[in-house]
Design a protein around this ligand. Structure first.
Ligand SMILES: [Zn+2]
Length: 145
């Protein structure tokens, strides 16, 4: 299920096992939606759908709570947290780490590396794809109003 039947917000480009988990390279398909501030209300909707996500800790230097962080961060960072929470719901440990990094000069514009502390590549792929669909659904709720 995609926004207006178009391409998904993120495309998984490649995945590899790295020490302690899986690194997934994703590409943002819609540059205008690079930051969650372009998706008003998305933080509240994500927290409404996945309430336990407030238990995540984030190493963001801004010192905002999760809701504040999600309101204005890279959309790929939100994708990481949603995927992580979906993995926890599948029974993976809540202590799992996650990290989103990017170097557009090295990887190309709109390309992100998402590390999740789960070595089951297929589980990570499913969680990321499901997270992408969920974010698109929660974004579409806005446009229907
Ligand atoms: Zn984070």
């Amino acid at each position: 299920m995609n926004r207006a039947g178009g391409a998904p917000l993120f495309i998984v480009e490649r995945m590899r096992t790295v020490p302690g988990g899986t690194e997934t390279v994703v590409r943002l398909t819609q540059p205008a939606l690079r930051r969650t501030s372009a998706l008003p209300g998305i933080a509240e909707r994500v927290l409404g759908r996945l309430p336990d996500i407030v238990r995540h800790r984030c190493e963001s230097p801004k010192g905002l709570g999760i809701a504040g962080e999600f309101a204005d961060t890279e959309s790929a960072h939100l994708l990481e947290h949603v995927a992580l929470e979906l993995l926890v719901r599948e029974g993976h440990p809540r202590t799992m780490a996650g990290r989103t990094t990017w170097d557009f000069g090295r990887d190309g514009h709109g390309v992100y590396r998402i590390f999740l502390g789960c070595e089951d590549v297929e589980a990570v792929r499913c969680a990321l794809e499901e997270a992408c669909v969920l974010i698109e659904q929660l974004t579409a709720e806005r446009t229907r109003c």
